[in-house]
Design a protein around this ligand. Structure first.
Ligand SMILES: [Zn+2]
Length: 242
């Protein structure tokens, strides 16, 4: 597995985020319900992908996978705490509450895609098939995330193409993180299960604390539960078929 394939895969997942802005070339506003459904779909795909990562990790080493998952959760909590402080500083340079909300969503998405970049990188460390599967899951899941970003930006007067660009920017940590993560787990192979666990732990934590609560704001609990479950199961079946 070459590092270039990993770089390309992670770049594809980043660009996929921009696809979420495409509907806004045709409409300026969208029913909020779509945002709820999008977030639920993204949550389900991420959950399914995380389960695949954990299964792969456990096949190598159970304890290291679990330790990695715990470290992943702790690191996301720490990153969020750090971002919370920095956000207030950055917001000073922008005007108005709308800018604040826009920046919040881009900022949160960026921490989030950091973990997803690690997910792409470490999954290629586990082999090409696992890498392709996780890349596909993250790329597809990024589309509703780009939609969520555009849904905030476009009604505030940001042109669709710029909303698309912001969406891609929010996912740029993916190619940036994927390469070192891949090199790390291939150079220090005993740490591969820890890396797989790390990405899965971080992503499951984000599903629980970010994507699902976001989805519940704009869709009924039953819809959120149904869409998340179906997407996660579809992802697991997709893996079994491959
Ligand atoms: Zn995501």
């Amino acid at each position: 597995m070459s590092v270039w394939i990993v770089a390309l895969a992670a770049l594809i997942t980043a660009v996929a985020t921009g696809i979420g802005a495409v509907p806004f070339f045709f409409v300026r506003e969208m029913p909020r319900r779509w945002l709820g459904l999008s977030n639920a779909l993204a949550a389900g795909l991420m959950l399914g992908a995380s389960i695949s990562l954990i299964r792969e990790g456990i096949a190598f080493n159970l304890v290291r996978t679990l330790v990695g998952a715990a470290v992943g959760v702790v690191l996301i909590i720490a990153a969020r705490a750090a971002l919370g402080e920095r956000e207030e500083l950055a917001v000073g340079r922008l005007e108005g509450a709308d800018a604040l909300e826009a920046l919040m969503i881009v900022g949160i998405m960026t921490v989030h895609s950091f973990a997803e970049g690690v997910g792409v990188g470490v999954s290629y460390g586990g082999g090409g098939d696992l890498g392709n599967l996780i890349t596909a899951a993250i790329a597809i899941h990024n589309i509703p995330e780009g939609l969520a970003i555009s849904l905030v930006l476009v009604p505030r007067g940001v042109p669709a193409w710029r909303a698309g660009l912001w969406s891609i920017v929010s996912s740029l940590p993916q190619p940036i993180m994927a390469i070192p993560a891949f090199l790390f787990v291939t150079l220090f192979e005993p740490l591969l299960p820890a890396g797989l666990g790390f990405a899965a732990g971080a992503m499951i934590y984000m599903v629980a604390t970010e994507l699902v609560p976001e989805a519940r704001k704009d869709a009924t609990d039953l819809t959120v539960a149904g869409v998340t479950l179906v997407a996660a199961v579809a992802m697991i079946i997709f893996e079994a078929v491959l």
